[in-house]
Design a protein around this ligand. Structure first.
Ligand SMILES: [Zn+2]
Ligand SMILES: [Zn+2]
Length: 384
């Protein structure tokens, strides 16, 4: 059954194209979902839009005038072609009113915006990661304008409503397109969508409410941090437009390689090279740790690749809660150095030792007979 498109737009059947356009624009202005969120108004808006879509197209209008309905299955003999060419209603609304139409709750954008977060990196030595540091960092950032305190206006003045958009923050324009008349809403260029303008901007910030400045921030980095960790300094980022609340500043740790220690979480690893004789005889040797030099006791007969664990000599264990929970360990990897250049006397002494121990012809047999064998020992050394 044919719908009354003329009646929907409130125009006579002999209305000109211009009359139809004017009628639609007038109705769209009162029924637009942004102006009138009422459900009935929205249903009516869809009807009005459909009527306009039909009557602004001379071909479709002809079908209507012949008593058919170009949008209905029964009308016009058109075999139920979708008049919107595959667009859903949402697409049509977007095409008519800009993508923001679906968002709801539009209106002028606030002048005051939250500030952005900022990120900076600091280099820390392993010792600093162990103890934590408090460091002054100079940052280039946006701070609140101290002349206008963020409102962007010269002393004694205030913002006024934008004439161009009447305070709505957006302007509508009508264009022809394949859909017929398309009404698009854009942010008002004069007020940049704010709905108000500052007639007399603050001379220091030019109305921005914030200025760029170099500022020194004291960053407190807790003990136990590691490479890549970020410490958040709340409210130390950039002040927002219009003096909006500052974002956060993230300080990312870049840990410098240590000459002696290799880090694995809260544990540390180091290599201790000892002469063959020390390994055989045992000794108390000085060992560098994060807490200074300590004495490490090596048993007589210490084997190559022995790993000694010094409990609690690693880094503070920093939990995700920010709490420190004890300390890691220091793993000492013992390497035994076999002398390469022996003088005549040393050679003689070692030969004598070998003879005393009956080791002269024992070497090969011992290697083959060893649990695990030579091959697996070599492999484990490579995968370490
Ligand atoms: Zn200012
Ligand atoms: Zn404006």
């Amino acid at each position: 059954m044919a719908r009354d498109y003329y009646g929907t737009l409130g125009v006579r059947q002999d209305a000109s194209a211009e009359d139809i356009k004017r009628a639609y624009r007038k109705l769209a202005r009162e029924l637009h979902p942004d102006v009138n969120p009422d459900e009935a108004a929205q249903a009516r808006f869809r009807e009005v839009t459909a009527a306009y879509e039909v009557l602004s197209d001379p071909q479709k209008r002809k079908i209507v005038d012949m008593g058919g309905d170009p949008l209905g299955n029964a009308g016009g003999g058109g075999g139920g072609r979708d008049p919107f060419g595959g667009f859903g209603l949402g697409d049509i609304m977007d095409a008519f009113f800009g993508a923001a139409a679906g968002g709801g709750g539009r209106g002028p954008r606030s002048r005051v915006q939250p500030g952005s977060d900022a990120l900076l990196r600091i280099q820390m030595t392993l010792e600093e990661c162990a103890t934590g540091v408090s460091r002054d960092i100079a940052v280039e950032t946006a701070i609140l304008c101290d002349v206008c305190r963020g409102n962007g206006c010269a002393a004694g003045t205030s913002p006024i409503t934008c004439d161009t958009c009447g305070g709505r923050g957006e302007v509508q324009s009508v264009q022809r397109s394949f859909l017929g008349q398309v009404v698009t809403a854009r942010a008002c260029a004069v007020c940049r969508g704010l709905g108000e303008v500052i007639p007399d901007p603050c001379h220091q910030c030019a109305g921005e409410g914030r200025v760029r400045a170099r500022r020194t921030i004291t960053a407190k980095i807790p003990p136990g941090v590691a490479d890549g960790m970020r410490v958040r300094l709340s409210g130390q980022g950039e002040v927002g437009a219009g003096g909006g609340p500052a974002g956060d500043l993230y300080v990312e740790v870049e840990e410098l390689q240590h000459a002696t220690f290799e880090r694995e979480g809260a544990d540390l690893h180091c290599t201790l090279r000892i002469p063959m004789t020390t390994a055989a005889l045992g000794a108390v040797v000085p060992l560098e740790t994060l807490d200074g030099t300590v004495e490490l006791e090596l048993e007589p007969g210490t084997q190559p690749e022995t790993q000694l664990v010094m409990s609690g000599r690693g880094l503070p264990r920093l939990r995700s809660t920010g709490r420190v929970d004890g300390r890691g360990d220091l793993h000492v990897h013992v390497e035994v150095e076999v002398p390469t250049r022996l003088d005549a006397r040393q050679t003689e002494l070692l030969r004598e030792l070998a003879t005393l121990r009956g080791e002269e012809e024992h070497t090969l047999a011992s290697a083959n007979g060893r649990a695990g064998g030579l091959f697996s020992r070599l492999r484990s050394r490579h995968t370490r």
